[in-house]
Design a protein around this ligand. Sequence first.
Ligand SMILES: *[C@@H]1O[C@H](CO)[C@@H](O)[C@H](O)[C@H]1NC(C)=O
Ligand SMILES: *[C@@H]1O[C@H](CO)[C@@H](O)[C@H](O)[C@H]1NC(C)=O
Ligand SMILES: *[C@@H]1O[C@H](CO)[C@@H](O)[C@H](O)[C@H]1NC(C)=O
Ligand SMILES: *[C@@H]1O[C@H](CO)[C@@H](O)[C@H](O)[C@H]1NC(C)=O
Ligand SMILES: *[C@@H]1O[C@H](CO)[C@@H](O)[C@H](O)[C@H]1NC(C)=O
Length: 947
Amino acid sequence: MRAVHFLSFLVLLKVELNSGVWRYNNILEDGNLFTLQNAVFLQYDGSDLVKWEYPESCSVNNKSSPKAIMKCTSTGFKMVKPLVSSPEEEETRSLFITDSYFSFIWYAVIPINSGSTDACFQKLRIWIVDPEQAGPAEISQTALVPSLQSRYVTKHFYNNGQYPMIQMLNSTQKVLGDFQEEGWYWKAAIRGDKEYSNVHISGQPVSFQHRFVIDSQHTFYSVEPEDPNGGREVSLRLAPGYPLSLVWGTCKPYHAVLLSDSGALITKNAFLTSVELKVDPGMFPVPLEGYFTVDQAALLEDGIIFRIDDALYWRDDLDGVLTEHPQLPTSGVKGLYQRTCCVSHYQSQDVELSSLIVWTNNSLLLGPKQLKNLGRSSFLQAALTLSPNATILTASFGSQAPLLAALVMYDSPGAGLRPHLITYNELSPGWVTSTFMTKLKLEDVPQGPFQMLFLESAHASLLLWNEETILYSFHNDNDRGEIRPFNASHISAAAFGSKIHQVSMDHNWNMLVKMENNMLFFCKVGMHEVVLLPQWMEPDSRTVLYLDPKDLFNMVTLTTTGLHVQKYPMTMETKSAMQGSYHDCPFISFKHNMNSVSYHIDKGDKMGLWAEIVYPEGKGVHVKFLSNRNDLLSITQKYFFEGVNSVDTVNMTFLISQEVDYSDATSYTDLVKKTTGIVTLELIPNQIGNTCNLPKTRISNFNVGCPPNRHIRVARPSGMPCEMNSLTNYTIPRSVLRDPSQEDLVVNYDWDEFGCLLETHYKNPFQPTLVLYDGDNFVQDINANFILWEIFGRMDYSFNESMRQVGCLCEAQTWRSLLTPGQILEEAWGPENYRSCFKVVPGKLGNLDVEYEIMNSSSNNFLTFSQVDSAIYVFNVKILDPNLSFCDLRAVFAIRTYGVTIPKHEYITSYTELLLFFVIICILGYSYWRFLKIFRNMMATRRQTFE
Ligand SMILES: *[C@@H]1O[C@H](CO)[C@@H](O)[C@H](O)[C@H]1NC(C)=O
Ligand SMILES: *[C@@H]1O[C@H](CO)[C@@H](O)[C@H](O)[C@H]1NC(C)=O
Ligand SMILES: *[C@@H]1O[C@H](CO)[C@@H](O)[C@H](O)[C@H]1NC(C)=O
Ligand SMILES: *[C@@H]1O[C@H](CO)[C@@H](O)[C@H](O)[C@H]1NC(C)=O
Ligand SMILES: *[C@@H]1O[C@H](CO)[C@@H](O)[C@H](O)[C@H]1NC(C)=O
């Protein structure tokens, strides 16, 4: 064992002694273009090159040139290395050359002042480039029109039926390009903001010379030039000897600040351009050195926070003056952590998730992504205050958006020097202690300073590192240990004692560990073993890794001549490093269709997902579906297994459903609160390897609650006219108002709010048809109970069915029974207090011969309108069914009846006649009665006379 270690030490030592470093790329620095058709540019940094060594199937234009161009005629791994005159050998790389039918690329540009007057749209020009024939302006991405060669290619493709489809990264809508004969390119207008757009361009399966166009992603930036310095500005630097430090905007990763010991740089276009970041010292005296020495920075949306000598200072974007902001602590600040991934897709109700953690020795504060935040009492709010014997070592945001964590050490005799990890949930505030590190022997507990990074996961998963080693704890601490290279006790030992500089991850599960001497290690996120990659940069160059908005790693190098940015061909480098090694992948392929970062689940929704894994027989591979909470959704799984020729395929399907019955809830509001929230689900294979290809999405957030923009509309019945802007006001007679004490009511008709006026004959019964929409997208017709009320208080309408007719088993709810004095209508009745009348309530039958006021598209209960007057009604409708949706679904519609033939005066005349007739009858009746009385009296008098 010792011999092996010694050997590996020797091997490592040899690498260390290397004087040169070599790199390669293709003309467009595009990982897809290492193909037979495209040349590989080899570059050796050193003065002792003898010649390049390469396989026979490749040719090099000038073997002895440090900048040579290689082309290969067959596919596969090509062993390439420079032979040098010094005794040490250079590293050999195995470059994987493919034969791709896809070797043309889309070129896209947004010309500045493209004549677009519409601020919402940007005009895009798109054409096709043959990378090998690209013009210099096309290579440098500055071309505004196609080169001669590209025109030729583009025209041919166009004639063969090719056209680009453009999709904004954050939307599903596709825009088609429109070919411009005069310009030899396609034009397309994309919606989006001027500052940044990220589009995906795909084409048709159309070839030219048997070659196709590769789908690609393009980013565009428009940067306002920084205000020129006024001469007072002072530089900002890290303390001498510190490695570069990079921070980027949480939701604008193309905004970044690079701190170095020779100055700070700021970019607003992912390092396409950058300028020196300086501050106006304002009230502060300029330090003797002539610059401010900063420890850390955080890039907010309205300015930059600097940590200088344990105090926080503010540089506002508007004036660039360094100030002591009243909202920022002026002492004791030990660290800052800025959220690295935007969480705007995580739609939690009324809580803005924090973007910044600030900690002192024993308190932890949280802040949003803007300092000048209206509606928030103070920028930083305390989340944790510990006793003075505690020290916060580091802090970070957690595996799910609302979580964060701090590593805390208690200084007490019994506790030993063991840090504790405590986690916090911003949506249900409270701290929980994790088991992380509790199982470690005290002597194995690493020493700080620490940095911490959580992986996106349904179960807390984190990396914690100091200068030498990385500890991991995956899936709620069920899998823990140390990330190690092969044959070395820890990462630093495999890098000649160099310190860990950066731990960086892309969104495709790739992780790079960069050492201060620029050695790189790679692993798939979730693996325990890192692979040493070939040296890309000289050990002494000042370099950082930067993940750009296209999810590609860039090497940003600061030299005396300025900032240099190169694409780092990570896929090729990792392939080369693992070629012929024992690294492999336990499965052949893994894919799933959970490809959206968030889903919305309303009441009763069901959603199917599948995940398919293909693996060599007997590997025991399966798919894990993890969830961070099991109470909101029910998930049923099914397996479909197939084994063919020693290859097993498992397709797992998951039915995700929301199944809660909200009817007759004792407290509807509490039940809704308890059954809404966000569930994070994660789909991963149970085993992975460093060479695996993994799908881009690993987790999705299932938002159980009211989907955004969900609403109902009242559909216009076919054939029913709908009138627009035909009146400004109308009068409702007091006799038909709910509140009879009122005057006649003059209503100003609000066309924007009430919409058009549906016209119907007064004798026609009417039932509104309700339709569910998400934004402008139709979801479904609604077949659920609803109620309505006239918003101006008209009462001259009724329902044509009684409770008995609809089949009630007890007296149904009515407005009259539910309204309590002083209550407004919309609050009196709704899903929260709805009780069905189709259930027997013992001992309570009530009067069923009353109008039933609840409607449903499947019932025959219709509205009937005033039979004595043509009228305008404006109704509010509201869904009553407690199981339809989490949303408060309401809509307004207006209806005007016509066709009442008896004009009012005629009606009154006939009424008067009736009254007259009645009076006459009365008079006649009275006369008759009088006559009878008189007659009787007469008779009686006469009888008395005779007796
Ligand atoms: C090849 O490269 C070497 C070194 O840069 C240079 O001296 C030589 O002139 C080149 N040869 C040709 C044929 O270009
Ligand atoms: C996409 O992003 C652009 C620019 O940030 C924004 O204007 C647009 O509203 C977004 N679209 C969607 C569907 O989110
Ligand atoms: C820290 O100090 C407080 C008193 O100041 C004490 O109650 C507490 O037990 C101490 N905590 C630990 C972990 O020693
Ligand atoms: C897995 O099964 C589901 C449901 O049967 C199906 O829709 C899906 O296409 C299958 N996946 C693959 C990769 O065949
Ligand atoms: C109703 O509208 C008519 C015609 O537009 C207008 O002349 C009248 O003043 C309005 N009445 C009231 C009370 O607003």
